[in-house]
Design a protein around this ligand. Structure first.
Ligand SMILES: NC(=O)c1ccc[n+]([C@@H]2O[C@H](COP(=O)([O-])OP(=O)(O)OC[C@H]3O[C@@H](n4cnc5c(N)ncnc54)[C@H](O)[C@@H]3O)[C@@H](O)[C@H]2O)c1
Length: 276
């Protein structure tokens, strides 16, 4: 049986870890060729080697336009085209109360998320428009939908990604190109484990998230986000554009009334109430 991405070529930023690495593996399993970009070169190259001829790793710092452009050009040179651009790279970034958030950290956080997503959309459009097809998927967050779910700069940046997605979707529809974004709640990944204070192991993170999940006993898992990315990347979502697809068990529509992080994420006490 043909894979769900058979014959397609994808570029994924932040592909050395977390959702990006999960998507690289799954996209290849589903028949895609993948260009993986990240700043963690050893981890990115190791995963690309594991995935074989269907994957290529390139160093790509998303704050540098020429490196994002190079990633897109690598997809075209190596695999002939670009069908899917997955703007996934991200960091938690600046944390703490607004009155003391350092401007330098604010700008760095915005640069990684917002400029990175802009460069990805821009250079994907450059090669997708002449072919008249393509799917751009970007990573927002529940903090891109509501305040109080993450640090200030992160919240602002993730709202901006929802905005870029809608704006780009509106322009590129005339060329047959779709743009959508994904808004996960705090999922059990290394990024979330690292913000949870007294531990970094994933099993404890899963247990903590399961206890506080709006969906009884069910933590958010990386594969929930990878499944959403696969759907938006594939032709199965062929009539869907401009969407913010939540993977949050209904958190942002009011399900659950407990903090998914609570005591485990001290900086949320200043920046917000319930999440990443
Ligand atoms: N983990 C969650 O629960 C969660 C929730 C909502 C949204 N998100 C978003 O999902 C995306 C992936 O998160 P994750 O949990 O997989 O995190 P992760 O830390 O496992 O992976 C992020 C990757 O981005 C890379 N990266 C960081 N700065 C970069 C840069 N300047 N250029 C290129 N790559 C860079 C890192 O090296 C890393 O490999 C991020 O945009 C994050 O904000 C995560």
């Amino acid at each position: 049986m043909a894979g769900r991405l058979e014959g397609k070529v994808a570029a994924i930023t932040g592909a050395a870890s977390g959702f990006g690495a999960g998507a690289a593996k799954r996209f290849v399993e589903e028949g895609a060729k993948v260009v993986m970009g990240d700043i963690q070169d050893d981890a990115g190259q190791a995963l690309a080697d594991e995935l074989g001829d269907a994957a290529v790793y390139v160093h790509c710092d998303v704050t540098k336009e020429d490196e994002v452009a190079n990633m897109v050009d690598t997809a075209v040179e190596k695999f002939g085209q670009l069908d899917i651009m997955y703007n996934n790279a991200g960091v938690v970034g600046a944390v703490g109360p607004i009155a003391t958030t350092p401007a330098e950290e604010w700008h760095r956080t915005m640069d990684i998320h917002v400029s990175g997503c802009f460069y990805g959309c821009k250079h994907a459009a450059r090669v997708m428009i002449p072919r008249g097809t393509g799917s751009i998927v970007s990573m927002s967050s529940t903090a891109g939908i509501m305040g109080g779910l993450g640090p200030h700069a992160y919240t602002a940046a993730k709202h901006a990604i929802v905005g870029i997605t809608k704006s780009v979707a509106a322009e590129l529809a005339q060329y047959g190109i779709r743009a959508n974004c994904i808004s996960p709640a705090g999922m059990a990944t290394a990024m979330v484990a690292a913000t949870m204070g007294d531990h970094t192991d994933l099993e404890t993170t899963r247990q903590n998230l399961a206890q506080t999940s709006p969906l009884k006993g069910r933590p958010g898992l990386p594969e929930d986000v990878v499944n959403a990315a696969l759907f938006l990347a594939s032709d199965e979502s062929g009539y869907t554009s401009g969407l913010t697809l939540t993977t949050d068990a209904g958190l942002t529509i009011g399900s659950g009334n407990e903090s998914p992080f609570g005591e485990y994420q001290p900086f949320m006490a200043e920046a917000g109430k319930r999440g990443v």
